[in-house]
Design a protein around this ligand. Sequence first.
Ligand code: PMP
Length: 391
Amino acid sequence: MLERLNQQPPDALLALIKMHAADPRADKIDLGVGVYRTGQGDTPVFGAIKGAERRLVEEQASKSYLGPEGDMGFVHGLAPIVFGADMAASDRIEGMQTPGGTGAVRLALALAKAGGCKRVMMGTPSWPNHAQILDDLGLELVAFDHATSEGDANFAALEQALSGAGEGDAVLLHGCCHNPTGVDYSNAQWDAIAAMLADSPVLPVLDLAYQGLGQGLEEDAYGLRTVLAAVPEALVAYSCDKNFGLYRDRVGALWAMAADTDVLDRVLSNASSLARANWSMPPDHGGAAVRVVLEDADLTAQWLDELEQMRTRINQVRTKLGEAGTAGSVDLTPYARQQGMFAMLPLSKEQIVALREDHGIYMAGSGRINVAGLTTANIGTFVAALAKVTG
Ligand code: PMP
């Protein structure tokens, strides 16, 4: 039986990591992997998480099983940060812990499918796993252009997609710091999206994987909160893997908002049984560490400070890129007004290869770069290489 399986393409980013590691050039630049980097190129464990982990080691009394919903102290501690205190207290909203944001996206889309969803509208390009999960679930992806060639949100394309959507459709929206484009909707555009969705049977699915890495925790939640305030029901997929630096510990959450508490109970019972069939229960450690941070005022203050440092650095790099103006044929100014860790460079395959081979600059084959891979020390080299390759 197993011999019938077809070989799947290897993960391109993992191949890139290997190539970068094997490159002996001292001035090589890694813009491929999607993790935050400090100005020194490190991806350290947050001090607040270290503090929480020390407490867990000392105080955790048991590692006995929890249920499929995971650590509800984590889920309830996080909810006010995501929704704001008032909305988090609503009896129409409840969540559960998931293995990373990936588990949350998977669960949200599986729930949509169980509720009768057939098609999902989504701006592209998007995080590649979105399309993979939709494909695996047998949901049809209805793609529209997320961004314009000038590097702004293509609001007209979203409007058109929503006007062609109806019963049995969902729309998958990035809450902030769009991966891979960095192009986010403005608050005024979110207001208009919320108004469109309020009058529509389309189920909003909001993916918030980078809260706090754009403009701030509150600012980055504007779209999600505005949509949820306007619609009867929605699903939210959340990741703590970037904003708490927990990547491999796989920390995420799924929330459902339903029209009433009866429907909400049924949604949650379906979420639990889907979770059980998929992963039984989420890994505990990272979620427990986040809970400990959020339960303690000092650790929370430390986390907020560390998150602000990340955000400030990302935005400083963005400002520097914008100040460079142009590099060859590439207009760098849009990168200053875009948000989060990622940006798309309008490069051909050949130009991407030339940057790698001739200049030791590594990026995804799509032209996506991790802005956090740039530092005050290497940004000049990067801009000069870009000018050379595209000039
Ligand atoms: N959604 C988006 C838009 C992402 O970019 C990512 C990951 N980079 C995720 C979800 C999943 O995050 P996690 O690593 O927590 O599974």
